[in-house]
Design a protein around this ligand. Structure first.
Ligand code: G6P
Length: 606
């Protein structure tokens, strides 16, 4: 998620914008930039920390009163100065900052190139400023209207032009944008923390809104270009609360962002109901030469990889071996030029995963990275990269990055299956249709929060907990067990339900807690039998299962239901209550949820 701060008023635009951007630094970003209007547009952009921009801020006019600023978390194009925002038109007369993704930027780009436009960056944003400059005759607002009529996707935009030096225009479509009214000007920002230093009076812009700001007045037009009044609301949050989007912790905020993350992943990677990773995926010819796939990762990313194995084997019928990155290199893996190695990493910097990548390339495998960070080491060194679209993840315990990895690897499996002709059209379409329902179904599961809180209360004083499931449910409980142990410090172990009786059941005694996940219809009866074995020995059972499955009512202290979906997609739903369980147990125990002891968000040592 990038951040936008724009200002038009009587103060120094540089001061207001930099203060606003500083308040978003905690989220992580890879570059920043600012444009102001003086007698021309002056722009400064720097890669890396905001400090790099601040150190050279004297290069632009500090006295300018209109400006647009941005911190970028790259989604299209490497994080560098050219791709940083603002994006300026080729004639230097217009400047734009953008949050969101322009889905049809490739078509627009080639159309404008055919007319002779010279693009400098690899961003989707540059087409926006190119379009505005293309349509401009003598009215900036008119040019913006024409430009946005051509855009598909999500965008919040801040726009200035040398031709209309007193004007700042902003547009909101899907990506958040607020208008904040100060004594001596107007701030437009993507996030509340950016305005709190100056005002508590904000207007939450609606989808389709265009705002035209002159020095001391503003006009809002709705999606039909009719003038509208929007209420000014008072913000009652502290800076810290606002940074967390009103949630108590980043982890909870990120859990609640998951429907949006899935929606975005689908929007970007589906074209006319077909999966389209463009040339970031493996092409058909190459895929035909692949005789096996390795999926290699660490921690939560490895758990996503295990689901990926099931999906690729089931749908694309290619054998898949999964391996923990720190083990992979020393296992002397069977790799040659017919092997595809898929590396999954939220940060793209995990040392073990990077080492596995280098080992794979040495052995001539094709390497595909699935990562959340554009321009990370893993992204740079892989042959192909598919970016997950979770946005910056701050809590150490990974949640939304995991969900984005799950959806991406399942889509990748469908992409392979289609290219290899291993899936019929009906099954393929069913998957796409069902994937589109997942954001709504995650929101449904989130409503189980109160039941999960009760489970958290019931287990908070236990020293150990079992997690059981079969098939994909076993993979779900592995992630659930990791979530609980890493932030609540309760020892957890995940088991394939049928394996317990081969030793570990000896540990079950009266009131030992166990969580069972039962979503796979063919395996449900078997898991229920295993649950009964635990009940007989006194375990207290909690269950996550599919709505309508009342079989567990007699055995479970608490049940969380998830909506029905395709068997392959249940891990996306069943993990949600497990994430909430980790969160609420940690909270019950008064622990540092977002920064658990001994753990780091990105592990760059082997
Ligand atoms: C650390 C994090 C985990 C993460 C793992 C892999 O241990 O605490 O949440 O799953 O690294 O990180 P990656 O960035 O490669 O996904």
């Amino acid at each position: 998620m990038c951040g936008i701060v724009c200002y038009n008023g009587k103060k120094s635009a540089v001061e207001v914008i930099l203060n606003g951007l500083k308040s978003l630094e905690y989220r992580g970003y890879d570059s920043s930039g600012i444009s102001v209007v003086t007698d021309k547009i002056e722009t400064l952009k720097r890669k890396g920390k905001l400090k790099n921009l601040i150190d050279e801020i004297d290069k632009i006019d500090n006295n300018a009163n209109i400006g647009i600023g941005h911190i970028r978390w790259a989604t299209h194009g490497e994080p560098n100065e050219i791709n940083a925002h603002p994006q300026v038109s080729q004639d230097g007369k217009f400047s734009v900052v953008h949050n969101g993704i322009i889905e049809n930027y490739r078509e627009l780009k080639s159309e404008l190139e055919d007319e002779g436009y010279n693009f400098k960056s690899t961003t989707d944003t540059e087409v926006v400023v190119a379009l505005i400059s293309h349509y401009y005759t003598d009215d900036l607002l008119e040019a913006v209207k024409k430009a946005i009529a051509r855009l598909k996707g999500a965008y919040a935009l801040g726009i200035i032009s040398e031709y209309e030096k007193d004007k700042l225009i902003a547009v909101r479509n899907e990506s958040p944008l607020i208008l904040a009214k100060c004594d001596d000007g107007i701030i437009l920002a993507s996030d509340i923390p950016s305005v709190l230093k100056y005002t508590k009076d904000v207007v939450y812009l609606e989808n389709g809104d265009i705002v035209e700001i002159d020095k001391d007045s503003y006009t809002i037009y709705d999606k039909n270009f009719e003038k509208v009044d929007r209420d000014i609301k008072k913000i009652n949050m502290t800076l810290e609360q606002a940074s967390k989007g009103g949630f108590e912790h980043f982890m909870l905020k990120e859990i609640y962002e998951q429907p949006e993350v899935v929606k975005k992943t689908l929007e970007v990677n589906l074209k006319e109901n077909k999966i389209d990773f463009s040339d970031n995926s493996i092409d058909q010819d190459k895929l035909k030469s692949i005789d096996k796939v390795y999926i290699v990762a660490c921690g939560t990313a490895f758990h996503a990889g295990e689901v990926g194995k099931v999906a690729i084997e089931k749908l694309a019928k290619i054998p898949v071996i999964t391996d923990i990155a720190s083990e992979f290199r020393y296992n002397d893996p069977f790799i040659d030029e017919n092997t595809l190695v898929i590396l999954i990493s939220q940060s793209g910097e995990t040392a073990d995963t990077l080492a596995a990548l280098r080992e794979s390339k040495k052995k001539k495998a094709t390497v595909l990275a699935v990562t959340n960070v554009v321009g990370s080491s893993i992204a740079r060194e892989a042959d192909k990269v598919i970016y997950t679209l979770a946005g910056p993840e701050i809590a150490v315990a990974s949640t939304k990055a995991y969900i984005s990895q799950l959806v991406t690897v399942i889509m990748l499996a469908l992409d392979f299956a289609k290219k290899l002709d291993k899936i019929d059209d009906e099954t393929y379409s069913n998957y796409i249709a069902e994937l589109k329902t997942i954001p709504g179904k995650i929101s449904e599961v989130l409503k189980s929060e109160s039941t999960v809180k009760e489970i958290a209360k019931a287990i908070k004083d236990d020293s150990s907990m079992f997690f059981i499931g079969r098939g994909l449910d076993f993979l779900s409980v592995k992630e659930g067990a990791l979530k609980l142990k890493e932030i609540s410090y309760i020892h957890t172990e995940a088991f394939p339900a049928g394996e317990l009786k081969h030793g570990s059941i000896a540990l079950i005694e009266k009131n030992t807690p166990a969580l069972s996940v039962i979503t796979q219809s063919k395996l449900a009866e078997k898991t229920i039998s295993n649950v009964q074995e635990l009940v007989t020995r006194g375990a207290k059972i909690f269950t996550i299962t599919v709505e309508g499955n009342e079989n567990m009512a007699d055995f479970s202290e608490k049940i969380v239901f998830v909506p029905k979906t395709l068997e392959m997609l249940y891990p996306i739903l069943s993990v949600i209550p497990e994430q909430l369980l980790g969160y609420y147990t940690s909270l019950e125990k008064g622990l540092d949820v977002d920064k658990p002891r001994n753990l780091a968000k990105s592990v760059t040592v082997e």
